[in-house]
Design a protein. Structure first.
Length: 294
């Protein structure tokens, strides 16, 4: 089997895997999991009757950050209990969620009091979504050039497909990096009651934050796109060498044809050459009648 056929088949499979993983990661809400031990918090606060403990107990029953939740790119979902003060809706996987606000547009000027860190986090979040969308457009363009290249067996189209897959890989990797930047700012930089820096000590002690499977799928999609780029590039080189070999093989069947000068009689028929009639030639006399004498 030709090298290009095997390589391009593997490249197609890995590119399909890449776009599938990135799509699932982009659409699901399990990038980050915040597990809150509500029972332990309530038991701790019930043992204290001071005003601060009573205020915290009221927050436990009303504030969303006292509830176990998963966070994606667009939604915050509550797989267990859901806060009564937050308006939620059922997601496609039947989980109660509320949307993450990127303030597009900001009709009520809610970003007017944002700090520099909050603005940086917001810009990184918006850029992250934009990079993911552009990476999907690059993958779609790679699909078009890849189909055309395989149909026409064109090394140029396959090379263009490899470049587009590299672009999709870099864009999606940049989006993943921005997501980690947003996560870092939420944990370490941005100040607010819903962010870990201003959580109460009892909430910090009874909360576990961990990365979830959507994040893993996202990084797997990035690496699959990178692997697809190398396979398409190698397939282009194989296809180019095979076409050159075909041209060399075809050259062997081309025989040189040299024109011959011949004399033509009236009517366009060629005159016979002297070698056309072999045999003895006779002079005048009895020999002119042939080898027999009469």
């Amino acid at each position: 089997m030709p090298c290009s056929a095997v390589t391009l088949s593997l490249a197609t499979i890995t590119s399909i895997i890449a776009v599938t993983l990135l799509t699932i990661a982009f659409a699901t809400d399990n990038w980050l999991r915040i597990e809150v031990k509500r029972a332990e918090i309530q038991d701790f606060l019930s043992k204290h009757s001071d005003a601060q403990s009573q205020a915290l107990l009221d927050s436990v029953n009303s504030k969303y950050y006292y509830y176990t939740r998963t966070k994606g790119l667009f939604r915050i979902c509550y797989p267990k209990e859901r806060p009564p003060t937050v308006k939620t809706y059922l997601s496609p996987v039947e989980t109660h969620c509320n949307n993450i606000n990127y303030f597009i547009p900001d009709d009520n000027n809610e970003t007017g009091n944002f700090t520099d860190d909050a603005w940086t986090k917001l810009h990184m979040g918006r850029s992250m979504i934009a990079l993911f969308v552009i990476s999907f457009l690059a993958i779609f363009s790679a699909f078009c050039t890849g189909v055309t290249g395989c149909w026409r067996r064109s090394p140029g189209n396959i090379t263009a497909t490899a470049i587009l897959m590299l672009l999709a890989c870099l864009l999606s990797a940049g989006a993943m990096g921005l997501w980690h930047g947003v996560d870092y700012y939420e944990r370490e930089k941005v100040v607010g009651e819903e962010y870990p820096q201003q959580w109460s000590s009892v909430l910090q002690d009874n909360t576990e934050v961990s990365y979830d499977w959507s994040l893993v799928l996202g990084w797997m999609g990035v690496f699959s796109a990178c692997f697809s780029f190398f396979l398409f590039l190698f397939g282009s080189c194989c296809l180019n060498s095979e076409k050159q070999q075909e041209q060399l093989n075809n050259m062997q069947y081309i025989m040189p044809v040299y024109p011959q000068k011949q004399q033509y009689a009236y009517g366009g028929y060629p005159l016979p050459t002297p070698q056309a009639y072999a045999g003895p030639y006779y002079t005048t006399g009895s020999a002119a009648y042939g080898p027999y004498n009469y």
